[in-house]
Design a binder for this molecule. Structure first.
Ligand SMILES: [Zn+2]
Length: 427
């Protein structure tokens, strides 16, 4: 829009902000805004504030009109214990910044420290994020949604026994376990700049979950795992696939590799559901990231994955330059609903000044890091990946185990506990 022509407020309000132009699956959005006010500490790179920026943009573009909108409850303790160890969850539930000194062994045992600090309301925050992913997984499992989005989830580093990399409760593992009640095979795809180690580890021995992670790897960059040789073990051998990348990968290199590898994985593994972790720290200019991706290239991965028409959970993850995180996840929400967005940001959004000087949904983010991915390196990596995929039998003959579904998300005990808690809070 030129400087000499601006809409008046009434005209602007009547302009469609999201134009949906293609066939679209049924999409749901799972977000509990109670996750926003929590604070890891003023110097900590993880800012739950990014979720508010995202929510504001999604709403101001009118994307809520194209999705089912849910405010999920936090995960219950019982739900977190489906994956995590009881000692660890007990600790998260009890500890506060002032009582941490009463747990002398815990700092080492549960990996508490600068990356994973104890802050006020930590357990509540982690349970809210996990609850939203569980809600999304239930909507996929019972076919109410074909794509279910939770930008507060995707916390891929959390381990069974400990916190790791700003992650405490692994919402992804819990959700995949839920999907396995109704889906014989689930594919997990991770495009965060960091390796999806917590999810890979949880399903390393399983042939019902294949994990595919694209990430920076040099043996040192956090979490220092995710090399080509990590392929799974026992029943799960060949069902983990890692794409180690160097600094500065470009849009064309990344999307080319992604499309080629994903097509082959889908062809060989034939999943009935996909969980896509869309960490935004793989964008150029991220505070912790080292890649050169623009928003459209990152979102191209979402669009390509969606194009296969397989039910899909779309989750957040890392992302440490909040204005770009919110731009990306808004754009990817539009991709999920098949919408086109005006790249000029709506002027009435809170924190509009934050998006200067371009005030665009799609700022230029590439070219900031030297590209160390040579053509030869990527071709060799691609060849190694194709070689590994050759070991994978087409459509593994997994016996479909019937596990009683918990599609309402509650059993009788949980229902009673939730009712009691609701009554308590009304007093
Ligand atoms: Zn990350």
């Amino acid at each position: 829009m030129s400087d000499t022509f601006t809409f008046d407020a009434k005209t602007e309000a009547s302009q469609p902000k999201c134009i949906v132009s293609e066939y679209n699956p049924k999409v749901s959005y799972h977000f509990n805004e109670e996750a926003i006010p929590y604070h890891f500490g003023s110097h900590h790179p993880m800012k739950p504030f990014r979720l508010m920026l995202t929510d504001n943009l999604v709403l101001n573009y009118g994307l809520q009109d194209h999705m089912d909108w849910y405010k999920p409850r936090p995960a219950t303790k019982e739900e977190s214990l489906e994956f995590h160890n009881e000692d660890y969850i007990d600790f998260l539930q009890k500890v506060t910044p002032t009582t941490l000194q009463n747990f002398p062994d815990a700092i080492q045992k549960f990996n508490i420290g600068d990356d994973c600090p104890i802050f006020d309301g930590l357990y509540r925050y982690a349970s809210i994020c996990a609850g939203a992913s569980l809600d999304a997984s239930r909507k996929i499992a019972n076919k109410q949604s074909e794509i279910a989005i939770n930008w507060s989830g995707g916390l891929h580093h959390a381990k069974k026994f400990e916190a790791s990399g700003f992650c405490y409760i692994n919402d992804i593992v819990l959700s995949i376990m839920n999907l396995l009640r109704t889906h014989p095979r689930v594919l997990y795809v991770d495009i965060d700049v960091h390796h999806g180690d917590g999810v890979q580890e949880a399903f390393y021995l399983s042939d019902r979950v294949m994990t595919l992670s694209f990430h920076k790897y040099d043996g040192y960059y956090f979490p220092a795992t995710g090399k080509l040789d990590e392929v799974g073990a026992e029943e799960g051998k060949h069902y983990a696939l890692n794409v180690p990348l160097e600094d500065g990968i470009t849009d064309e290199q990344y999307t080319g590799l992604y499309k080629s590898v994903l097509s082959q994985v889908l062809n060989k593994f034939q999943p009935s559901a996909i969980v896509l972790q869309c960490g935004a720290d793989s964008l150029g200019g991220d505070r912790l990231g080292v890649f050169n991706l623009n928003i459209k290239a990152h979102a191209e991965c979402v669009k390509f994955t969606k194009s296969f028409g397989i039910p899909m959970m779309v989750l957040g993850g890392g992302g440490y330059t909040p204005r770009n995180v919110s731009r990306l996840w808004t754009y990817e929400t539009a991709v999920c609903v098949g919408g086109e967005l005006n790249p000029d940001l709506p002027k009435n959004i809170p924190f509009y000044d934050y998006f200067g000087p371009d005030y665009s949904l799609l700022p230029k983010l590439d070219g900031k890091v030297e590209n160390k991915n040579t053509r030869a390196y990527l071709e060799n990596t691609h060849a190694s990946l194709m070689e590994r995929l050759r070991y994978l039998d087409s459509a593994p003959s997994v016996e479909f185990q019937i596990i009683p579904p918990d599609l309402e998300g509650k059993n009788e005990d949980t229902e009673k506990a939730l009712q009691d808690a609701a009554e308590d809070s009304m007093i």
